[in-house]
Design a protein around this ligand. Structure first.
Ligand SMILES: NC(=O)c1ccc[n+]([C@@H]2O[C@H](COP(=O)([O-])OP(=O)(O)OC[C@H]3O[C@@H](n4cnc5c(N)ncnc54)[C@H](O)[C@@H]3O)[C@@H](O)[C@H]2O)c1
Length: 383
């Protein structure tokens, strides 16, 4: 009890000292929540400070306290998000809890009397229906900034390729191919990510990032999706409460867009022997661009110049002060989000709720396509 009072005094003193600081609270301090904590620490000179966290899992609380302690941040720990919101301690919340909890937490934040700006981890929610309910609720709180954590857009080679495409050098984009070849899903607290009902399914949970990128590259909205995938190698020998995981570990997904462009995702999660985790190729009428992560290389060439004209560049962003787990993209995501928060929500979020919904809808359509063995239209999953 005494310890609590000391901590409260410590937090309040910090507020008085840092009146102009933007006060963050992180809901869910597992792997990703702590990643946000570290990124925000590297943004302390830009005006970010973490003052509280909420998580019912004691080991997660303890590790986040150790991190905060090493940063000299006297954070307050809550076991639930409602107590954190009611405390009035923070202005911004970062939601980094398991996917199936995003909906209720978002609704509680949006409906809370105090305004909190929100950065919610991807996927926005696990179902289209829940995403839509969140969008409806958020319309009633226009003063709140709600950004979705689709931060792959900020990875330096990806951002550079987006610039090349937007600069028109490749001409009108016709095809986008994204290959993610990586390691299996990591172990999570209570193994929530082993089941579709918790994560939304691999193509929602993980691949919403890539569907978001496809939309950016083609500058259009999805119309229909065809996918083939299965659980072939990973997690087959794991059992949790008598149940074997049902999350797929490989898939091909084709997405057709309303301007005639096509996207293809090639996902393999038993491909540790890969040089790159993501290889992206964008082909327009006039040329082709490629991005390689984590090699941090971008290439582009024009049809009229042929192979000899292909340029190869290293992609770097000197604003990044912390690479973290996602090659500096979380740092840039926070830098952008913080800039929008500082103007008190007057700036639109870089990745808004509609972006979050569309990325989920493509993933849901892809999961359904595998189940049904046919094309699934976006209209079908949206209705
Ligand atoms: N943007 C990215 O590239 C990226 C990468 C990894 C994870 N994520 C996302 O981050 C989120 C968290 O994933 P993770 O890898 O940190 O999982 P994790 O299991 O490591 O951590 C989740 C934490 O949330 C806590 N939690 C569960 N229910 C809660 C609740 N109701 N309130 C508060 N805390 C609660 C758990 O106790 C745990 O500590 C997921 O949505 C995941 O998809 C995003």
């Amino acid at each position: 009890m005494d310890l609590d009072i000391d901590l409260d005094i410590g937090v309040k003193k910090l507020f008085d000292k840092n009146k102009k600081m933007v006060r963050y609270g992180i809901i869910g301090v597992g792997m990703m929540g702590r990643e946000h904590l570290c990124n925000l620490f590297h943004l302390r000179n830009e005006g970010a400070t973490v003052v509280c966290v909420a998580d019912p899992h004691v080991p997660s609380q303890k590790v986040s306290l150790e991190f905060a302690d090493s940063f000299g941040w006297p954070i307050k720990v809550f076991s639930g998000h409602k107590e954190m919101l009611d405390s009035g301690l923070c202005d911004v919340v970062v939601i980094a809890t398991p996917n199936m909890t995003h909906y209720q937490i978002l609704m509680d934040v949006i409906n809370h009397p105090k305004t909190h700006h929100v950065l919610v981890e991807k996927p926005l929610c696990t179902t289209v229906e829940d995403c839509r309910k969140v969008i409806e609720a958020a319309k009633k709180r226009p003063e709140m900034l709600v950004q979705v954590g689709l931060e792959y857009r900020y990875m330096p080679p990806v951002a550079k390729l987006i610039d090349i495409v937007n600069g028109g050098r490749l001409g009108h984009v016709k095809m986008v191919s994204i290959r993610e070849h990586r390691f299996p899903f990591l172990v999570k607290v209570d193994n929530w990510n082993r089941f579709n009902c918790n994560s939304g399914g691999t193509l929602v949970e993980k691949c919403c990032h890539f569907f978001d990128l496809m939309r950016l590259f083609v500058g259009a909205n999805p119309v229909r999706v065809m996918a083939s995938g299965a659980i072939d190698i990973n997690h087959k020998n794991e059992v949790y409460d008598g149940k074997v995981p049902d999350i797929i570990d490989n898939a091909y997904v084709i997405v057709e867009f309303d301007n005639g462009a096509r996207g293809m995702l090639d996902l393999c999660m038993f491909a540790e022997g890969s040089k790159n985790e993501q290889e992206i190729s964008v082909i327009g009428e006039d040329g082709k661009g490629e991005a390689f992560v984590p090699e941090n290389i971008v290439r582009y060439g024009l049809r009229i110049e042929g192979r000899d004209g292909v340029r190869t560049m290293r992609a770097e962003d000197h604003r990044i002060k912390y690479d973290g787990l996602h090659h500096g993209s979380s740092y840039l995501e926070h830098l952008n989000f913080l800039a929008a928060v500082k103007v008190d929500g007057k700036k639109a979020p870089a990745v808004d709720l509609q972006d979050g919904l569309t990325a989920v809808a493509i993933g849901v359509a892809a999961q359904l396509s595998i189940e049904k063995g046919r094309f699934v239209s976006i209209k079908e999953v949206m209705s």
